[in-house]
Write a protein of this length. Sequence first.
Length: 481
Amino acid sequence: MNVVATDPTVAVPSDDALVTVFDDDESPADPDALSVLRAGVAGADLAAPAVVLPDFHLKDDKEMPSSIAVATRETIRPTMTCCSLNCGMALLTLDIGRPGETRIADFFEHVRTRLPFPSNRRDLTVDEVIRCAADGAEFAVDRFGADPVALERMEEGGRIDVEPFGGEERIRQELPWSVKQLSRLRFGTIGPSNHFVELQQVEEVLDPEAARLLGVEEGQTTLQFHGGGGALTGELGVLFGRRKRYPRVLRAQMAFQKPLYHLASSRSLAQLRHRYQLYFTGGFPPIERGGIEGDRLMLANVMAMNYGYAFRLAVVSILSELLGSSLGVGETRLVVDSPHNTIYDETIDGASAVVHRHNAARAYPASLMGDHPIFGVTGQPLLLPGTNRTSSYLCVAGEGAAASLYSVSHGAGSNIKSFVSRGLSAKDPHGRRTLRYRYSRREAELVEQLDDRGVDGTLAILQRHDIVRPVARMRPFAVLN
């Protein structure tokens, strides 16, 4: 067993009025990223100290570091998460053994063909875009033939209710024309970068009862993928404010779209001035949760989340079809789909709050999942991926997750990289390798794997504080990215 033993007396999280940090001596939080986060939340209406999770790091094109959770009482602060909501990861179990290289190559070739990148094909009609924003993953069941049982394995059941915001008719009126048109494109794609499709094998079951309930067993072949939320999420993510990642094409579009959306729809001179101050003076200021502007922004967030749920379940359905035709898979089952860039209305310390998660997944323990027939026993399942050179873990949330604002790291990639650079991690002692396929070329390369010290170090911190419990460890053998 590779999981590091836990000791509740070790590595008590550092805590101050602004930030609670979950780290340890081997995986310390980056001080420069901490300075950015502290400056970002200073003066904010925090419901609790902001949370820093393992794998904490700062990217140049993001306002805030990855692996954080920030809860506020009265304001919405979109810069506390990614501009494209509902990027996420999913895990499927397959009813076959480990396939041979010829079949693996055939499968990934079919993925590249069916889910090409880049692509400007129109996959949806305008009405279907509206349905995605209103119905969430239920749209993928109707349009792509996704298994309706899969909805039970998705956060929020794959759909956030839009009726409190005016329902589908308001979505039809609110979604700008250009957003509707661009959201027809590239629906259900995966693409390169840090998004991937990975074939794995379950090497170790660590919690037999939870594994049984979730449908996971030793020796099983699994597929894990990381995919975005689609075009609509990115479009809405910059409609209310300027972000660091603001490509020229998007700037040109928003120069036309934002005045139409915000100013032309103003109902008074005072409202026009207020919207101009909020949305056209640079940056992305916080917006009061109550009132017209908070309601408009939360509707945009809900539309983005629902579209993302539909997007990712459509990918699940397409991949299931390709697994059948290429690998002879008879049945695929969704174990979990978990978004990691989100803004939700939640309850923190007994009162309502707006919880922003940036590259951090929601982790509700069993005590908060009583209405779910399985998660009410296991706790919410979630993924702690390593890289295509290390193991990944399927976990469930523990009762200690309350201390982390019910949040958990969405991966361990930066920690693994740090362990390697500091000489704390080395080549896999068993000499295993991963078949790596690319969107940019057809030939696979064999990549030497690493030991699991980096991902295990991330897991150990979370486990130590009962934020998660590991259920199973999966080892990759082929990946496309």
